[in-house]
Ligand binder design. Sequence first.
Ligand code: PRX
Length: 708
Amino acid sequence: MTEPIDDDLGPDESSEALIAVHWREEGYYPPPASFVAQANAADPAILDAFTEDKYPECFNAYADLLDWYKPWHTTLDTSNAPFWKWFVGGELNASYNCVDRHLADKANKAALIWIPEPESEAHAAITYRELYNRVNEVAALLRDFAGLKTGDRVTLHMPMVPELPIVMLACARLGVIHSQVFAGFSGTAAGHRIADSGSNVLITMDGYYRSGDLLDHKIKTDEAVEAAAKEGQTVDKVLVFRRYPGKYSAQTPMVDGRDFFVDELLKDYKGALVEPVSLPAEAPLFLMYTSGTTGRPKGCQHSTGGYLSYVAGTSKYYQDIHPDDTYWCMADIGWITGHSYIVYGPLALGTTSVIYEGTPNYPDPARPWREAVKLGVNIFHTSPTSIRMLRKVGPDEPAKFDYHFKHMTTVGEPIEPQVWRWYYESIGKGEAVIVDTWWQTETGGFLGSTLPGIHAMKPGSCGPAALGIFPVILDEDGNEVPQGSGKAGNICIRNPWPGVFQTIWGQPDRFVSTYFAKYNKDPKSTDWHDWPYFAGDGAVQAADGYFRILGRVDDVINVAGHRLGTKELESAALTVPEVAEAAAVPVVDDIRGRAVEMYVSLKPGYAATPEVEGKVRDAIVTDIGKIARPKNIWIVPDMPKTRSGKIMRRVIAAASNFTDTGDITTLANPEVVEKIRQQVQSTKVAKGEVPRELSETELAEIKHFGSE
Ligand code: PRX
């Protein structure tokens, strides 16, 4: 057990340091003996196999989990730093590794089990044999009908249905680079991503169930095609899966010559077989778009060999997946978690991966537990937002159901220790080990986590670094913040690892400047030691080596574990003709971690009306999607600004969160601050919306939000 950290700091210490020392150290929870007895990694010798002196060759063990057509000759090539190349000379195919190679001994075992949201509909279990048949048929269609070939990009805008992994694996079979856009994103957001990736084929679905409604998803297609066209990208073909094959569930008309029903086309490809293409390890497997500090989303490009090795290795040791497990990750495949830990990692290991179409608490908060019993789920994976929600709406439900998890994951946001304990005691029934996995879209797989059969858990901390990952916490000047000092700083990874993304699609300079330039002293160096990866998160490392992630240090708001860039939100608001200026800030939310609040000021001559507010809300939902819908929109007389005209987001964030606005004497217009505070807080109080007292970490984020 660690001692609480000494909090005797001098008066000149930064506020981050104070936050860190005020954090109460939590006690440890040892992994349950029943878990350890069967764990893939229970012998601490594995830690010795991944020490720095064994790096980078230690990662050959991950690559050895896959079947290669041609072995690699160089584990890590750093000659074009920081564009790292892994397993150079090797050739493989991801579809072969996730499907074909399991036919020998698992042909009749379920690869995927799909749970439709309506409980009246039967589960669909897809065996590895059937997955093989369907992936081949779709691959033949993509090649022969859609004309797609190795290296082309294709955009998917698919909901949580088995057709999504089938299409991904069909693309991988051909070496076509898939770019799946979360179905909850708007058509316009999909259109930007189509244009950025240069896709001329869009694959989508007519509709899907969400909270009891069969949504018209096809309606987003015309918007997407139009938005892409505005940026100069033509979509020639739209392939539309139907939720009920043979029956069209959307109201939106199909466009003749452009839109095609996949179930009709597939009739021509019955029994077709497509040889998996042998691809170099560094061939791109997919793009996954994420938000950053500028408006243009970043298409994170992931490799075939490095990525697949890393997700297979981490699925084995951190998710503890065995082939006979039934594994359920409730994330959406539209995010990186779903790519790595619903599709590629679990299927590479030949296990059964469960896919659920709808919302976790539909039609009632016992839904996940009923399904867990029915399917015999023994590994469960979700986010703090879902845990908080299930705790709020159905705290007593898990105990009523006779399921037994051996392993559970939390991912995507910091988890409060009290929420962690509820997850452990109630959902896990005190029997399941928990991993709190810290990582990012860019990193392909886990960076920080306990090794579940070896390390004790500590609520609120992700744990030590993952195997072969060597983090360091640096201050703004690049000095190392020592372990156990109680001080926070920027968490960086000193070394490349196989899962790291290869570049930002079409923006290689941004790749270097965003992630590597901050602490690089010699841009010509080909030595990886000179290129720490800047993760963009604040963190503190306790004396025991465990990391606690404090949250983003850039202009990104983490809503329910999903990243929204302030610039994206603000540019959407600025499309409203009446709006002169816009600023997005986070507000602490008990379920979703953070929500967005939007501040706008209007051009002269316009009045603040509910209509303008509605237009701003609609613009954001249209441009990004419902996930970004602001909790409140405040039309203010003016924005607090520095003398150079920069909007002070931290000042308005303080108004939204009822915290101290801090020093405002350097503002050009300090008088506006009080007006805004009055306007926002009196309305909130009248609506009964006063936030609770904030934790130290929440307070720190609000205090530092946005650059000055
Ligand atoms: O701030 C960290 C937070 O989520 C960010 C990455 O978001 P995204 O790329 O959408 O990927 C989410 C799923 C991997 C990180 O920069 N984050 C992720 N996991 C954790 C976390 N914060 C605290 N604890 C975690 N376990």
